[in-house]
Design a protein around this ligand. Structure first.
Ligand SMILES: Cc1cc2nc3c(=O)[nH]c(=O)nc-3n(C[C@H](O)[C@H](O)[C@H](O)COP(=O)(O)OP(=O)(O)OC[C@H]3O[C@@H](n4cnc5c(N)ncnc54)[C@H](O)[C@@H]3O)c2cc1C
Length: 429
């Protein structure tokens, strides 16, 4: 029997649609199966797409894609219950083409990307969940969805962080609590001009990205995020699954507390929460990368654990794009040679090794371990807040040199801790 499709892709997220687009463009018979009612309906992100990898595939994509705002302002805050210290970087260079980053809403962005794949010739079937893979003579040769079996020469797993299919194939172990974080997010509608004023933005094309450490995740490994969209804010909290076990504050409550903080409350005042979502984030870095290929099958995007969180930047979507591109190139080569064996498809791994995906994952491989330090989320936000308080509160009783005030505060955390953590942080980055 001849194969029904050249390639079946499971999942119409960013990785799946990019792979579908690139392969269909080259004339392959491609089927993309998505369990959601439409592409993006089940997907979530904090909100910022670093555009560099998509720019290579669809030059000037932001002119046609439903991106929200181009990020021209970066902010990072260390927060305690009642204070916040913020670094604010506002620069034209951040929005310079082609390295710009954009706030996005996945429900619209993913639909646009899926349409690109469809226009290139891919068939996209939404509303169907793939339950398993067909394996014949040790090679994956299609998918099983309910009663249906659909055959193909190659299957690409782009089914996201919780890839049960990769697990069923024995290519990945069950996720461990220290490899993933839970993210919850609200989309809060506000008029464009209110957002521009509150965030000091020139117009509705420019936007802000803001990351927070300390109070938002109740001192656990994690943090808060806020991205400005055209007429809404994406506001959320991420917390390592391992930290949630013994956290007295459940994650939905973390988000509520975050919204009430003196820094955040005025920014969302009179806003209307129109969407609430929750999702896992792969945060194990290099240590959670699964076996990426087997005969007839490749794994891309979050399903492969390709996500980097280094505190001041969260990146999964640019890695999803680049890994899908590498997979598509490997598949095209395999199709030419009519060789779908593991060794032929391993070209994917070689391409990834030479791309920023593996290079950056290796660069930041020590970071997830560095973050498992509760001082980062408790003691240091408090330390910085205490120093700021002693710098800026003038009451006539603190006649001490600033360096002495700082040393007194540092001693509360422990000088050796501060030095060691500083060195570890420098190595991890
Ligand atoms: C809270 C949070 C904040 C984040 N912030 C950022 C950020 O600011 N910037 C950034 O770059 N990244 C961020 N990320 C990471 C980023 O969102 C992911 O890396 C990215 O979405 C991965 O894309 P993907 O296509 O691999 O997977 P997904 O977007 O998860 O797509 C997987 C698709 O597969 C479908 N699917 C799953 N199983 C099946 C099945 N059995 N059958 C059929 N379909 C299936 C799903 O419905 C889904 O559409 C964040 C993630 C979270 C959760």
């Amino acid at each position: 029997m001849s194969d029904a499709f050249d390639v079946i892709i499971v999942g119409a997220g960013i990785a799946g649609s990019i792979a579908g687009y690139l392969l269909a463009k080259e004339g392959l018979d491609v089927l993309v199966i998505e369990r959601g009612n439409f592409a993006g309906s089940k997907n979530m992100t904090g909100g910022r797409l670093y555009g560099h990898s998509l720019e290579k595939i669809i030059p000037d994509f932001a002119e046609e894609a439903p991106v929200e705002r181009k990020i021209t302002q970066e902010k990072i805050s260390l927060m305690t219950e009642d204070s916040a210290v913020t670094i604010d970087f506002n620069a034209e260079v951040l929005g310079r083409h082609p390295q710009a980053s954009y706030s996005v809403l996945r429900s619209t962005f993913d639909q646009w990307l899926a349409k690109k794949a469809e226009d290139a010739g891919a068939q996209i079937i939404p509303g169907i969940r793939v339950d398993n893979l067909i394996v014949k003579d040790g090679k994956v040769s299609g998918v099983i969805a309910g009663e249906d079996q659909i055959e193909s020469k190659i299957v690409i797993l782009a089914d996201g962080v919780n890839s049960l299919l990769a697990q069923k194939m024995g290519m990945r172990d069950e996720l461990k609590p220290d490899q993933v974080a839970v993210g919850v997010k609200e989309i809060i509608e506000l008029p464009q001009n209110v957002i521009n004023e509150r965030f000091n933005l020139k117009n509705a094309q420019e936007g802000a990205a803001w990351l927070f450490a300390g109070m938002p995740s109740a001192g656990k490994v994690g943090g808060g995020f806020l991205y400005t969209n055209k007429a809404s804010l994406s506001l959320g909290v991420v917390c390592a699954l391992s930290g949630l076990d013994d956290s007295p504050v459940p994650i939905p409550q973390m988000l509520e507390n975050f919204k009430e903080h003196r820094l955040i409350a005025p920014l969302i005042k009179d806003g209307k929460a129109v969407e609430y979502s929750a999702h896992l984030v792969p945060e194990g870095g290099l240590n959670m990368i699964p076996k990426l290929v087997a005969a007839g099958v490749l794994i891309v995007g979050d399903a492969a654990g390709f996500c980097i969180n280094i505190g001041y930047a969260v990146r999964g979507m640019d890695l999803a794009v680049a890994s899908a591109e590498a997979a598509a190139q490997a598949v095209l080569q395999a199709m030419k040679q009519q060789d779908y064996s593991e060794s032929a498809l391993s070209e994917y791994v070689r391409l990834l090794e030479n791309s920023f995906v593996m290079k950056d994952l290796k660069l930041y491989s020590k970071f997830p371990h560095f973050m498992e330090n509760s001082r980062i989320f408790n003691d240091y936000p408090q330390l910085v807040s205490n120093i700021m308080t002693r710098m800026f509160v003038v009451n006539g009783t603190e006649n001490l040199a600033l360096r002495k005030k700082i040393m007194q505060e540092v001693k509360k955390v422990g000088i050796m801790h501060v030095i060691k953590d500083g060195i570890k942080g420098a190595y991890a980055l």
